[in-house]
Design a protein around this ligand. Structure first.
Ligand code: ADP
Ligand code: ASP
Ligand code: MG
Length: 408
């Protein structure tokens, strides 16, 4: 008898037929004698719809109320899935994140899991139930409902697998596994049999939304090996695990596209010590994550000044503008420009540690395709560039052909 954690994303539970399909898949494992904990997301599109409703009422809604609202999406699915299992004569019980013992910090909309005490989960498993847990949510020690960031049901599943010491963790989605690029954008992308935590982390952090990046960070830290696979067929998926020596032989594992970032530029920031610290500490206090940063001295101004550009997730843009607006009288920069029409394209691979020249090849390929680069950032195993929004998909395909195409 194994203890299995299975997570089904929004697309896998997007309507009642898909929920019944999930119930029969979960039921098969339960009937062969396994203990099954099932984590589910909101039905596809529900979270986006709730966000839209909130924005129609208030452009900057209270973060506490926003989490209260968004947590309802997952709660609908857990109850419906429990009912679907009951229809198959299988004992099942649903639990909210709080009931499953998921305790978080108080940072609404991107809370971090502090600890998990899955007492109720164990008790209900021991009674023979399939235990269905609402993904994406937790509760603070003072009883406030929190959410774990978009795509956060992945994190719920991985963290529960770790806390329960599960034998197996499966992430079911609407594609067969992790591909060399989003198969919807690059039709000749290939499914990977395995990928290292670091590569999966960089792919996720740079836009491959098949896994939430924080969930991969957690899996790496607590060594939770997991499989990404399809809820619509029985094909083997992709194993995400520790790096092996053979993985370094491949220079580029994948290409990722992120269209969910916005660029903010502060024009004419006085060229004095402490300015960047002032800007980024205020943004950090507001829990706004910054990705890329570029600073350039402006020439031709009477007093030395710099232009400071950085990227944030699009949903954080309104808050970032508010924080920056509050700094303007103190820092005296000339103006703020926000650009939502950008795309970030990244190539990722642990082999980059031992192979040189990848950056040059990326820039050459984009140049040959007439694609202008606005920002660049690199890590040991990743090169990212920001390009115009409309050029994102073209750049992704060009880089996939260059590094992962059949003739390479
Ligand atoms: P779920 O609803 O199961 O959480 P998501 O929509 O969050 O699913 O993630 C699955 C989607 O991720 C796929 O439909 C695919 O379009 C997209 N995707 C982006 N990059 C990749 C990649 N490298 N490999 C596989 N899928 C990817
Ligand atoms: N429902 C949440 C979202 O859409 C969490 C998830 O799907 O994992 O982001
Ligand atoms: Mg997802």
């Amino acid at each position: 008898m194994a203890l299995i954690v299975q997570k089904f994303g929004g697309t896998s539970v997007k309507d009642t037929n898909r929920i019944k399909n999930v119930a029969s898949r979960v039921g098969k494992y339960r009937l062969r004698g396994d203990q099954v904990v099932t984590v589910v997301s909101a039905m596809g599109g529900v979270t986006d719809n709730l966000i839209r409703l909130a924005s129609e009422i208030n452009p900057l809604p209270s973060e506490r109320e926003m989490d209260m609202l968004l947590s309802t999406g997952e709660q609908t699915t857990i109850a419906l899935l429990a009912m679907a299992l009951h229809s198959l004569d299988l004992p099942a019980v649903s639990l909210t994140g709080a009931q499953a013992g998921i305790v978080t910090d108080g940072v609404h909309s991107k809370a971090k899991i502090r600890n998990i005490t899955p007492k109720q989960v164990h008790a209900m498993l021991d009674e023979g139930n399939v235990v269905i847990v609402a993904g994406f949510q937790g509760q603070t020690t003072d009883g406030r409902i929190t959410t774990l960031g978009r795509g956060g049901s992945d994190l719920t599943a991985i963290a529960l697998a770790s806390a329960l010491k599960a034998d197996l963790c499966q992430i079911y989605t609407d594609v067969d596994g992790v591909y060399t690029a989003d198969p919807r954008i690059v039709p000749d992308a290939c499914k990977l049999d395995e990928i290292s935590y670091d590569e999966m982390l960089e792919m996720a952090a740079t836009g491959a939304k098949v896994m939430q990046s924080r969930s991969v960070e957690f899996a790496k830290k607590f060594n939770v090996k997991f499989e990404v696979r399809s809820s619509l067929n029985n094909n083997p998926g992709t194993i995400v695990t520790e790096e092996t020596d053979s993985m370094e032989a491949v220079v580029i594992r994948g290409v990722a596209l992120d269209k969910n970032q916005a660029k903010v530029t502060l024009v004419g920031v006085p060229d004095q010590p402490g300015m960047a610290a002032r800007v980024f500490s205020s943004l950090a206090k507001a829990a706004i994550n910054i990705d890329m940063i570029v600073q350039n001295i402006s020439h031709g101004t009477a007093t030395p000044a710099t232009d400071l550009s950085f990227t944030v997730d699009k949903p954080d843009l309104a808050k970032a503008r508010q924080v920056i607006g509050e700094l303007q009288s103190e820092i005296q920069f000339a103006e703020t420009i926000a650009d939502e029409d950008i795309a970030k394209v990244s190539v990722v691979g642990v082999g980059m540690r031992t192979h040189s020249g990848v950056a040059a090849q990326v820039f050459e390929m984009l140049g040959e395709n007439g694609i202008n680069i606005e920002m660049i950032s690199t890590s040991e195993i990743k090169i990212s560039v920001v390009v115009k929004g409309a050029k994102g998909e073209e750049a992704t395909r060009a880089l996939h052909t260059a590094f992962l195409g059949e003739e390479t």
